[in-house]
Write a protein that binds this ligand. Structure first.
Ligand SMILES: [Zn+2]
Length: 203
């Protein structure tokens, strides 16, 4: 009897502790979530989109906070990729999620790309910084990527298809380049005029 009573008490203590930990954990999650901010996305032809981003010297708390903001901003805008340049942060950071389910976040810090083979692939590209416009761009099909993740660890990928396109598109942003730069001057000018008009109307 005594033994059973002790077990019973032990159970109560365990359940109470587990409940308390759950409450604390939920609270911390809420604080973390509230700390994330949806940032303003710069739009073409904003000259800040032409700035070349600097390498990240150290993946610390400040960088991880920026990565959180970038994911929050990208998911909110229903994009599949976002470069730090697009939110006026000129550091070499990209966030992506090309999955249908929106549950496969990928962080690239100081990404470097090498092209494998000569095959090119055409793909219709859009951009959160060029809203409403989709144009066909031809890019190398197979690439090798080397980057740091949000923990600062090096990783490598050899993607093809949509992921390879998206990585190249986002890396261009870090170098101040936009997908409209691959189009004819006439087409680019037309997009620029339409967006400038829209920005004037919204101002
Ligand atoms: Zn883009």
């Amino acid at each position: 009897m005594v033994y059973t009573a002790n077990i019973g008490m032990f159970k109560v203590v365990i359940v109470r502790t587990a409940r308390m930990l759950t409450v604390v954990y939920t609270h911390l999650l809420e604080i973390h979530h509230k700390a994330m901010t949806i940032r303003t996305i710069l739009e073409f032809p904003d000259p800040r989109l032409r700035i070349t981003a600097a390498p990240v010297a150290k993946v610390d708390k400040r960088i991880r906070h920026l990565v959180d903001d970038m994911f929050e901003t990208m998911y909110e805008a229903k994009g599949i990729g976002l470069a730090a340049t697009q939110i006026d942060e000129h550091q070499r950071i990209v966030v992506m999620d090309v999955s249908e389910e929106r549950d496969s976040p990928l962080t690239l810090i100081n990404p470097e790309v090498e092209f494998i083979g000569d095959s090119q692939r055409e793909h219709d590209e859009g951009c959160l910084s060029v809203p409403g416009f989709y144009e066909t761009v031809s890019r190398p099909d197979c690439i090798r990527l080397r980057a740091l993740n949000e923990k600062g660890d090096v990783f490598e990928l050899e993607p093809d298809g949509l992921l390879a396109v998206c990585i190249q598109h986002e890396l261009d942003h870090l170098n101040g380049k936009l997908f409209v730069d691959y189009l004819s001057a006439l087409k680019r000018q037309r997009i620029r005029k339409k967006l400038e008009k829209l920005h004037r109307q919204l101002a």
